[in-house]
Design a binder for this molecule. Structure first.
Ligand code: BG6
Length: 493
């Protein structure tokens, strides 16, 4: 029998989604077009297309999501039935400022989130709210060129100020940018790199753009986002000193492919290329290797002295993170690994662990490893896990009076990952204060736009084309997670 651990009763158990993957109602009640609204449906090995505006006849799955805009009350009641203490979602910026550059907000959008947050509070669920989760006004791309333009800092701060003031007595936990470091590596231009920098920064490149040009743009956009985040943290604390405002990164171990010094260096450099984002968020300054890189290359020139003051003064209260899989990195062709040229490193599959149907390595030990690593880098920093889960195909089966999904594969994944979190807390002393699994209700996949890549405890009867009854069914994992929460994480069987 495995060891068991019981977590503090205050521990925030729950789940997380994002507005664009769930709400639908993409053009309702004054909402503007967002960068998620121009992403077509894709599939595993078939990238989503980023279209120039919304084109008739294309399939845009985020336009309907799972109709959460209309169903959130019932859906949240199901979360409450599982015992959720916290629920993470995002505000669609385009509901509040449809174009992003208006001075006055859209009242109908504000009212929608008022009602949603009220419902959560009524159910005893703490809202955890992301300001930009792969979603910004499309207009800020066409008119301003996305996050490389520092005007976006002011637009974002104005948006944050509006929602902070409106919801200051309803929401305590905020997150500024979802997975801000996804865009860090532009070494392999192509669908994945395009998707990551589009969803993080609203940047789209010509095919002819070089790795160098893309990387330079990424550093400027990342800087602007970090400054915007820092200003928002400062402002948030003025509006309500109880606010807890966090950074959010997709973190995972980056293992060297072999113990050869070149591969060890490649893994280290790959991590440094990602972790400057968390360094700036948490320590308030750039790490020396990135500062040197930017000097050498002459990148990220559009900065002010005030930016660096804001970065120091606007450090985050906690780190929130997603964890799905781990990575293996190798020095490409035995070359000297260098952050100046990310093509000197390449990813490899990990032969020691299995992968999901979408090729994501399944590595629960990697979660404990990462939590330890973060605790070494940022001692005792509070950490909230705000995404972790297993995307899988599900079969809906008939029962006498309802339907369900038997999903032991999902339970196995979650059990082992939760156990890894519990060990990190109980044995290693890492300050993790919440675990929100990803997609507690099935939603549209961000990466592929599919419905059939399902993470939920709750099955949603919709297919990739948006056909289906939309009905919700409790899967086996629903009862399992309920028991986990009830037992404070002790009963994982
Ligand atoms: C994270 C995102 O990267 O991974 C989510 O923050 C996303 O928005 C999740 O849904 C899982 O990825 P996917 O592609 O399986 O939906």
């Amino acid at each position: 029998m495995s060891e068991t651990y019981s977590l503090n009763p205050e521990f925030l158990w729950g789940g997380a989604i994002a507005a664009h993957q769930a709400e639908g109602a993409w053009d309702k009640d004054g909402k503007g077009v967002s960068i998620a609204d121009v992403l077509t449906a894709g599939a595993h090995n078939q990238p989503r297309e980023i279209t120039d505006g919304v084109i008739d006849g294309k399939n845009y799955p985020n336009h309907h999501g799972i109709y959460f805009y209309d169903t959130y009350e019932k859906d949240l009641e199901l979360m409450a039935e599982m015992g959720f203490k916290a629920f993470r979602t995002s505000i669609a910026w385009t509901r509040i400022f449809p174009n992003g550059d208006e001075t006055e907000p859209n009242e109908a959008g504000l009212v929608f989130y008022d009602k949603m947050f009220d419902k959560m509070l009524e159910l005893g669920i703490e809202p955890v709210i992301t300001l930009q989760h792969f979603e910004m006004p499309y207009h800020l791309v066409t008119e301003y060129g996305g996050w490389t333009n520092r005007k976006l800092i002011d637009f974002f701060v104005h948006y944050a100020e509006t929602v902070f003031k409106r919801y200051k007595d309803k929401v305590k936990y905020w997150i500024t940018f979802n997975e801000i470091s996804n865009q860090a590596n532009q070494a392999e231009p192509g669908a994945m790199a395009d998707f990551l920098i589009w969803t993080d920064s609203g940047l789209k490149f010509e095919k002819s753009a070089t790795v160098e040009e893309r990387t330079a743009a990424m550093y400027q956009a990342g800087h602007n986002e970090l400054v915007a985040s820092a200003r928002v943290v400062k402002l948030g604390h003025q509006i309500n000193p109880d606010f807890q405002i966090g950074a959010m990164l997709n973190v995972a171990p980056i293992y060297p492919a072999t113990p050869s010094p070149k591969d060890m260096m490649a893994a280290l450099k790959a991590r440094q290329m990602r972790d400057w984002f968390s360094d700036v968020h948490i320590r308030g300054k750039y790490p020396t290797d990135i500062t040197k890189l930017l000097e050498r290359k002459g990148w990220r020139t559009d900065v002010t002295e005030q930016d660096f003051i804001d970065l120091e003064e606007g450090t985050v209260d906690y780190l929130s993170m997603s964890y799905y899989n781990s990575f293996v990195i190798k020095a490409k062709d035995g070359r000297e690994p260098s952050i100046d040229d990310p093509t000197t490193m390449e990813a490899r599959a990990n032969q020691y662990i299995p992968a999901s149907d979408w090729g994501w390595a399944i590595d629960p030990d990697g979660l404990r490893y990462t939590l330890n690593e973060l605790n070494d880098l940022y001692p005792e920093l509070p950490i909230m896990i705000v995404e972790n889960g297993f995307g899988a195909y599900d079969d809906l089966v008939e029962l006498e009076d309802t339907k369900t999904v038997h999903d032991p594969y999902r339970i196995d994944y979650l059990r082992e990952h939760i156990r890894a979190v519990e060990k990190a807390i109980a044995i290693d002393g890492v300050n993790v204060f919440g675990y929100l699994s990803w997609g507690p209700i099935d939603i549209v996949s961000a990466g592929t736009g599919e419905m059939k890549k399902r993470y939920g405890y709750i099955y949603v009867d919709l297919d990739d084309e948006g056909n289906g009854s939309g009905k919700r069914y409790r899967k086996d994992s629903f009862n399992w997670y309920q028991k986990v929460i009830q037992s404070h994480g002790e009963d994982l069987d």
